[in-house]
Ligand binder design. Structure first.
Ligand SMILES: [Zn+2]
Ligand SMILES: [Zn+2]
Length: 245
């Protein structure tokens, strides 16, 4: 676990998507919930820090795609964990129609990484959303009264309700799929937007990037790929450059 200002975090990954546990004073905020099978990864990650499921206070969802909502409903029903997300993704979280993707999968049909992602999500049962029956709403600029007291930054584009979660004092910014460091279809690495085939509105995603820069976070915790530690402004610069290629 990395630690700062009495907060600690760890990244948990299923090899495709990431989620994060942030601990303060023995209580845990999860940012995203991986895939349904990541439940066992969550329990193991908690055990290594001497915590149990009862330490988990809430799950803050960066958006309502199935590789991030994962075990939310199980955590809610079995462990009384509160689920939070932006209202604009609520319908998808309930199992309603998915927001459209603007690009085609055709360019990725010969990509090994695309198959790796599809198989990885299939094995972990992350290809389909497990509907979340009840959730709370957070909104742009809100400081959520949960462990770590993170601030929400609404960054629509990848989905309408995409949000980043900022732990201000240590300077950690969980960006979900608004800014990632691995393209799960092409396998390209480095700060970037998600591919069009998995994005609702790329132009809007680009317009949202300044909201991420404005946080001045040092450490970027992406929904896909490795942690980026050279500042969100640099990450945004690289993402813009990658998008213009
Ligand atoms: Zn997504
Ligand atoms: Zn994702």
């Amino acid at each position: 676990m990395a630690s700062a200002e009495s907060l600690r975090f760890c990244r948990v990954t299923n090899g495709v998507s990431n989620f994060y546990a942030v601990e303060q004073g023995g209580k845990v905020t999860l940012v995203d919930a991986g895939t349904p099978r990541d439940w066992t990864r969550l329990v193991s990650a908690l055990e290594t820090t001497g915590l149990g499921l009862d330490a988990v206070d809430c799950i803050l969802l960066t958006h309502a795609h199935s590789d991030h909502t994962g075990f939310s409903e199980r955590a809610r029903t079995e462990a009384g964990v509160a689920i939070w997300l932006h209202a604009a993704d609520e319908e998808m979280a309930r199992g309603g129609p998915a927001q459209s993707h603007e690009g085609s999968f055709r360019p990725h049909l010969l990509s090994w990484e695309a198959y790796h992602t599809a198989i990885g999500l299939g094995i972990n049962r992350g290809s389909r959303i497990v509907p979340i029956a009840e959730s709370r709403r957070f909104d742009d600029g809100e400081t959520v009264d949960v462990p770590g007291r993170p601030r929400i930054v609404h960054v629509p584009g990848h989905t309408d309700g995409s949000c980043a979660v900022l732990f201000e004092r240590p300077g950690w910014l969980a960006t979900g799929d608004a800014l990632v460091t691995l393209d799960p279809l092409s396998g390209e690495r480095g700060p970037r937007l998600m591919p069009r085939a998995l994005t609702h509105n790329t132009a809007q995603a680009l317009e949202s990037l300044p909201q991420l820069s404005a946080t001045h976070a040092r450490t970027v915790l992406p929904g896909h790929g490795e942690i980026y530690r050279d500042g969100v402004e640099n990450a945004v610069r690289f993402a813009r450059a990658a998008a213009s290629v």
